[in-house]
Design a protein around this ligand. Structure first.
Ligand SMILES: [Zn+2]
Length: 178
């Protein structure tokens, strides 16, 4: 899934509680995309970044511990739980591409993406797709072949956008700004 879909899903997660501070909302959004920063390491190692420790539940928990250590003063108990949920939601959405392929809804992402049971089971060890060397080419292939994924991204984005607008304009009829 592309960063826009991940961010949209993380935003929807922030809407499950009205008690979150702005800092907590921003940290939950960050947790929704932070795992993908390993893409640069994946390119450097010539490996799919989905095969790195960072894209496992084990890695997500380590990232979570680092985040709550750094931002311990900014996070309530609920905030900490939702940051962890946002990290796991990222993994689920990355794996969803394979599930959608398995259902026959798209023609690429034909292998599992996440090593769910690491370290009990070894990581996948796959070479990086050559299309990854060009972001533009990768996005083009993705948009044309991962259609169910793209549709899911659009649904997530539009849902997040509608909720964002509704939140900004709670009294739409009386507000001149909406
Ligand atoms: Zn990812």
């Amino acid at each position: 899934m592309l960063p826009l879909g991940h961010l949209s899903a993380a935003y929807l997660l922030t809407q499950t509680s009205k008690k979150l501070s702005l800092k907590e909302v921003l940290l939950i959004l960050l947790a929704g995309i932070v795992l993908d920063f390993d893409i640069f390491l994946g390119i450097a190692l010539n490996k799919s970044h989905h095969d790195l420790i960072t894209h496992t539940p084990f890695g997500a928990i380590i990232v979570w511990l680092i985040l709550i250590f750094i931002f311990s003063k900014s996070l309530s108990g609920l905030g900490k739980v939702l940051v962890l949920a946002s990290l796991f939601l990222h993994l689920i959405l990355d794996e969803a591409g394979y599930w959608l392929y398995s259902l026959g809804l798209q023609s690429i992402i034909n292998q599992p993406q996440i090593s769910w049971f690491y370290p009990l089971k070894p990581l996948f060890d796959r070479l990086i797709s050559s299309s990854f060397y060009s972001i533009g080419l990768f996005v083009w292939i993705y948009l044309n072949n991962a259609r169910a994924n793209v549709l899911l991204e659009i649904i997530l984005f539009l849902t997040a956008l509608i909720i964002f607008i509704l939140n900004r304009c709670p009294k739409r009829k009386n507000s001149k700004n909406c």
